[in-house]
Design a protein around this ligand. Structure first.
Ligand code: AMP
Length: 629
């Protein structure tokens, strides 16, 4: 059975891991890196994913998509503000969903994330030598139902079988706790690129039991970067009157420089941000440069409100778990942003303990996901691990007066099932509309509406007489299914909760097909590039032969030179048929030339004809383009 892998689909970076000999191991990508930037760029009909996409971001800001996880499973009105800060075009899609427009084409965030997943899995399949299909994908614990659904759909669009969607902090705790023996209460503090989660777990004897979880899906490293971007743009505007953030290229450079400065400030107390030729003055048409020094103290001042915002979820998680800070045995830091000294200080301050830094904050989540994949596949090396996770937010239905009636409260262990009986508010009401909500606020309108459905055909009855049984069923992925049944008439209705922002089945199928076609196009493109490179290598070999066999017969030299020139022209023409013909002709010429001049040249002719080494050229061939299977 091919192995199942664990994937940390991060806001900024993603990581893939697998169980090897009873231990989770990170799988390096085609570029040899352990983390892959969650960046996708569109260049004509080509798609670049990972480092190669990130590298060209400043030159192609409107078609280089990053931090798309911030938009996945969201409604447009939830992300409108974040969207306005993006160098690429994020807009409202069908049913209040989110779409990203690149060169006139709309992409769902799920589709973009699917590209990242596809690259991770293709690279890992090549490394492991087997085609990977089964995956466990992590999500922030505080992701709501539609964000989880959308992540699962991203996996499906990438052609994967998503065995489980698991919470990131829980995954990190799995990685941490795998080799711990005693009983402990741990707090996982996970501040990544775009989201913040706090989870408290009890570990002991192979049981990982989540006690509570809390967080903020609008808080992450990118917000810290944004503060630096705003500061830099503000400083620049003071001197130049125009706003750099309005120029997508300048904005992309500001974002990159801000992140770099932030990272440097985790180890240095001061850093210089230098952006020569950041823009042209629109009036004088002269190039403008930006150079500023940022101290750690100033950075902490710029981000003081963000730093304050991490406190509340920690306190909430403690109070939900009915624990005080002194009950926490270990604090585990996960997510790149926990490297910010002020963040560490705050955690230490709240819990009163030095955080445990034994886990690698960038890799722990993927490693834990691989452990979960191993558990599901019955990896015998893992023994009997039991994992009890919880639902992060309260789920309920809307009732009279626009209130929410909670069905499953936050921090209930999942899977969970709950049935409640409701009735009608008016006489002879022929049907009811069931509005499913998620959130902690008492009024329905203040919570997230996950979806609505109608139960119709209720026979005429007085108000209060019908017995409408509503069942909420949360699966192990934290995804909700709802059914309703009117008991006297036996009428039933059910939905798998899909709100308007979630892609419907036909959308997903269409995107799967499109992704497969894209993969086939990538494969064809790769073959084409390889073909061209092979001919170019052969041409170089021919030129070398001509150089080295000076004393060869002039007629033979002319023929080989002519074939090499034809090859050069074919490479430039990009015409497949011409390339094939030139390859064949040059191979023949080179073989007969080498046979006739054996000994004249240093390079010996191989039996089966000249060897062809595919040239590695970053511009034309890239390791991102893996065969589709
Ligand atoms: P993750 O989602 O866990 O990959 O975290 C990515 C976030 O961590 C990004 O916002 C990075 O800028 C941030 N990050 C990574 N390394 C550091 C560092 N040394 N100091 C501060 N932030 C960092």
């Amino acid at each position: 059975m091919p192995k199942a892998v664990g994937i940390d689909l991060g806001t900024t970076n993603s990581v893939i891991a697998v169980m090897e000999g009873g231990k989770p191991e990170v799988i390096v990508n085609a570029e040899g890196a352990r983390t892959t930037p969650s960046v996708v760029a569109y260049k004509g009909d080509e798609r670049l994913v990972g480092q190669i996409a990130r590298r060209q971001a400043a030159l192609n800001p409107q078609a280089t998509l990053f931090e798309v996880k911030r938009f996945i499973g969201r409604r447009w009105d939830e992300i409108r503000e974040e969207a306005a800060r993006s160098p690429f075009k994020v807009k409202e899609g069908p049913g209040g969903s989110v779409r990203i427009e690149v060169a006139g084409k709309d992409y769902a965030p799920e589709q973009v994330s699917a590209e990242v997943l596809r690259k991770l899995v293709n690279d890992a399949s090549a490394k492991l030598g087997e085609k990977i299909k089964d995956v466990v994908i992590t999500v922030p614990a505080y992701f709501d139902n539609s964000q989880r659904e959308a992540t699962k759909q991203a996996g499906e669009i990438a052609g994967l079988n998503v065995l489980r969607v698991i919470n990131e902090p829980t995954a990190a705790a799995l990685a941490y706790g795998l080799e711990r023996k005693g009983n402990e209460t741990v707090l996982v503090f996970d501040l990544g690129g775009g989201t913040f989660d706090v989870t408290i777990l009890e570990l002991g004897d192979g049981v990982f039991e989540v006690k509570s979880t809390s967080g903020d899906t609008h808080l992450g490293g990118a917000d810290f970067d944004q503060r630096i971007v705003d500061w830099l743009a503000g400083e620049f505007q003071r001197d130049h009157t125009f706003d750099l953030r309005k120029d997508p290229q300048a904005l992309q450079r500001l974002i990159e420089a801000a992140e770099k400065a932030k990272i440097e400030l985790s180890s240095a107390s001061e850093t210089t941000i230098s952006l020569p030729f950041i823009t042209f003055d629109p009036e004088t048409r002269t190039p403008q440069h930006l150079e500023r020094t940022l101290s750690r103290a100033k950075f902490e001042e710029l981000t003081s409100d963000l730093l304050r915002r991490v406190r509340e979820p920690v306190q909430q998680a403690l109070s939900d778990a009915k624990l005080s800070p002194s009950d926490i045995n270990e604090v585990i830091l996960v997510g790149g942003s926990t490297r910010i000294p002020a963040v560490k200080r705050i955690v230490q301050d709240i819990i009163g303990k030095t955080p445990n830094e034994s886990v690698n904050p960038d890799e722990a989540v993927a490693l834990g996901a691989a452990v979960q994949a191993g558990i599901i596949q019955g990896d015998s090396a893992l023994g009997d691990i039991v994992l009890v996770d919880v639902t992060p937010l309260t789920l309920g239905v809307e009732v009279k007066g626009g209130m929410i009636a909670p069905m499953i409260t936050r921090n209930t262990p999942v899977p969970a099932k709950k049935t409640e009986v409701y009735t009608t508010a008016e006489n002879n009401q022929p049907g009811v509309e069931i509005v499913v909500l998620q959130g902690e606020r008492p009024m329905a309108a203040d919570n997230k509406s996950l979806g609505r459905f109608k139960l119709e055909g209720i026979p005429p009855m007085r108000a209060g007489q019908p017995q409408i049984e509503v069942t909420f069923d949360i699966d192990a992925n934290g995804i909700l299914h709802v059914t309703a049944k009117e008991k006297t008439s036996g009428k039933e209705a059910s939905i798998r909760i899909e709100n308007t922002t979630t892609l419907d089945k036909t959308d997903v199928e269409k995107m799967v097909q499109e992704a497969e076609q894209n993969a086939a196009a990538d494969k064809a493109r790769k073959e084409k590039v390889e073909k061209r490179n092979a001919l170019d290598s052969l041409r170089i070999q021919a030129v070398q032969q001509l150089d080295e066999a000076q004393n060869a017969d002039q007629g033979a030299k002319d023929k080989l030179k002519a074939a090499a020139d034809a090859a050069e022209e074919a490479v430039r023409s990009d015409d497949d048929a011409k390339i094939d013909a030139a390859q064949k002709a040059l191979e023949e010429e080179l073989r007969s030339f080498m046979t006739a001049n054996q000994g004249a040249a240093q390079t010996g002719a191989p039996d089966s004809g000249p060897t062809v080494n595919t040239r590695k050229d970053d511009d034309v061939i890239d390791a991102d383009f893996k065969p589709a299977d």
